[in-house]
Design a binder for this molecule. Structure first.
Ligand code: HEC
Length: 102
C-alpha cells in the first residue's frame, strides 16, 4: 500500500522530527558564558566586542557541525573549562544571534 500521499506524509513527518541545531541549548546561559570566557580573546584579535569574528566575509563556520567543533576547539584554548552542556548553550546563543543555521 505505497501511495504517494503516504510517502508525502512520511516525508513531512521526518522533517518535523529533525531537530533544529542546538535545540537543547539555553541561549541566555550561553550568552553569559560567551561574554565571560570568549569575548576577550576574540576582541584582542579583531577589536570591538570581537563579534566581527562571526560575521566577517571570510569567516570559517558554514554549518552547525563546524560551529560545534569550533566551540570545542576554542574551549580547549580555555583549558577545557566548559562542559559539553555549556558548549551547547553557547552554540544556541551564537546560532541564534549570528549564524542562523536551521
Ligand atoms: C585564546 C583565544 C581564544 C579564546 C579564549 C576563544 N577563541 Fe574562538 N577563536 C580564536 C581564534 C584565534 C579563532 C580563529 C580566527 C580565524 O579563523 O581567523 C577563533 C574562532 C572562533 C569561531 C569561528 C568564527 C568564524 O565564523 O569563523 C568561533 C565560533 C569561536 N571562535 C567561538 C569561541 C567560543 C564559543 C569561545 C569561548 C568558549 C572562544 N571562541 C574562545 C581564539 C579564541
Amino acid at each position: 500500500m505505497k501511495s504517494p500521499t503516504l510517502l508525502l506524509a512520511l516525508t513531512i513527518l521526518a522533517g518535523a522530527v529533525q531537530a533544529a541545531p542546538f535545540a537543547d541549548g539555553k541561549p541566555a546561559h550561553g550568552k553569559a558564558l560567551h561574554n565571560q570566557d570568549c569575548v576577550a580573546c576574540h576582541a584582542r584579535r579583531y577589536g570591538g566586542d570581537g563579534s566581527i569574528m562571526y560575521t566577517r566575509q571570510d569567516h570559517t563556520i558554514k554549518n552547525p557541525t563546524s560551529l560545534a567543533q569550533r566551540i570545542n576547539t576554542c574551549n580547549a584554548n580555555l583549558g577545557n573549562k566548559l562542559f559539553p552542556e555549556d558548549e551547547a548553550d553557547i552554540g544556541a546563543y551564537l546560532n541564534q544571534t549570528y549564524y542562523k543555521f536551521r
